[in-house]
Design a protein around this ligand. Structure first.
Ligand code: ADP
Length: 380
């Protein structure tokens, strides 16, 4: 027999309800206020972080259901309020872990993987989105930063598109931004911050310093929580963002996406070398748009063959840079991208999906490198 009063039981049940954006139990977020049980009626007061919180309906519904699930409760009244500015400030401070620093520094346990390519159109974003979903599907806590500022496509690839066809705007709790979640991946993209008129593929004509600040902000002011893996979808080539990310995250691991076309290998190699110059470690090459097998058994090498292996070999100077996998051309990959249903979820048995899932496996199976990492010793 439990010594808990009915109110204690209701509080415990309600406290376990998850905030869908912060992904923490609302009890831990100090959102559960008064709980009173009179007879079979439970009155529960909760305080949300902000007024008009998009998750409000869901939280209220789940609080109601949680309270109603307690034995002896017949009716539940939920009063929804909002935190005071001071309470909110205390909460954001706590979520930041008391720090204002970038949480993905060399000492963090999060594996940071920047996905780059020499040129656009090789399927870098498609592969990155699918890798993120594949890793989340393996139970890892995954964040994805769309740093491809001039051609952001991550929101659409993950189906993060509102009724108006635009990416959702992240909820803000003071200056902390909560990334929308799709397929278990917390994703943030510049496409979520543009004034409405400029979205829908409009080019972002920002200069270096502005881009640098935006990347910094994504790393510092977006609440990802504890992540196992943070993927960064880099813009193609060797521009300002590559340098900015390289300076901010010199310990990041870099994966290069290229096509089988050997003529494109040079630009892919160059983008990897720029990353290496900033101290980042190139951990592998992914070949995309590789040979597809047609229904009659014919093998179609639309983009030739050998590009992935050529890039991997060229980068294997001091240490071995493996070809992590070769993803065939596959109409379902494009359909999945166009409909926001990544192929690793929508058609996991397709050859392309299987190839991506196996790359995901290889990526996280490797031990973390020590490149750029401060060693836990103090020099005398
Ligand atoms: P990038 O990020 O390199 O510019 P995208 O991810 O936007 O490239 O992909 C470019 C186009 O190629 C998209 O229409 C995408 O659906 C398609 N695509 C990518 N990979 C494949 C593949 N393996 N098979 C078929 N289409 C693909």
């Amino acid at each position: 027999m439990s010594a808990d009063s009915p109110a204690d039981e209701v509080r415990r049940a309600v406290s376990a309800v998850m905030d869908p954006e912060l992904r923490l139990p609302i009890g831990e977020l100090d959102m559960v206020r008064e709980v009173v049980v009179t007879g079979d009626v439970a009155e529960v007061a909760i305080a949300l972080t902000i007024v008009g919180c998009p998750a409000a309906d869901r939280i209220e519904r789940e609080v109601r259901a949680a309270a109603a699930g307690v034995a002896g409760i017949g009716r539940v009244d939920v009063a929804v309020g909002v935190m005071s500015p001071a309470e909110r400030a205390a909460l954001t401070e706590r979520l930041r872990g008391g720090r204002r620093r970038m949480p993905f520094g060399p000492e963090s346990l999060t594996r940071v993987i920047a996905v780059t390519s020499g040129k656009g159109g090789v399927g870098k974003s498609t592969v990155t989105a699918n890798l993120a979903v594949a890793l989340a599907g393996r139970g890892l806590a995954v964040g994805l930063i769309d740093a491809d500022v001039h051609g952001f496509s991550i929101p659409a690839l993950l189906g993060l598109v509102g009724r108006d066809g635009l990416p959702p705007q992240p909820t803000r709790v003071d200056d902390l931004m909560l990334p929308p979640v799709a397929y278990g991946v917390k994703a943030i993209s510049i496409g979520m911050f543009l004034p409405r008129g400029e979205r829908g593929g409009g080019a972002v004509a920002w200069r270096g310093p502005m881009l640098h600040r935006t990347i910094q902000q994504f790393l510092t002011d977006v609440y990802f929580g504890d992540l196992d893996v943070l993927l960064i979808d880099m813009p193609p080539g060797t521009g300002d963002v590559a340098i900015s990310v390289g300076q901010t995250l010199p310990h990041a691991e870099v994966v290069v996406v290229t096509t089988p076309q050997t003529a494109a290998a040079d630009v892919a190699i160059r983008s990897a070398l720029v990353a290496r110059q900033t101290g980042q470690k190139v951990v592998g090459v992914i070949e995309n748009m590789a040979a597809m097998t047609l229904p009659d058994g014919t093998v179609l090498e639309l983009f030739g063959a050998g590009g992935g292996a050529a890039v991997a070999q060229a980068l294997s100077t001091d240490e071995d840079v493996p070809l992590l996998g070769s993803i065939p051309l596959d109409a379902q990959v494009r359909v999945g991208g166009d409909t926001g249903a990544p192929i690793v979820v929508s058609h996991p048995d397709d050859p392309a999906a299987r190839a991506i899932l196996s790359v995901a496996e290889r990526l996280v199976a490797r031990p973390r490198g020590l490149a750029g990492r401060a060693l836990p010793v103090t020099p005398r």
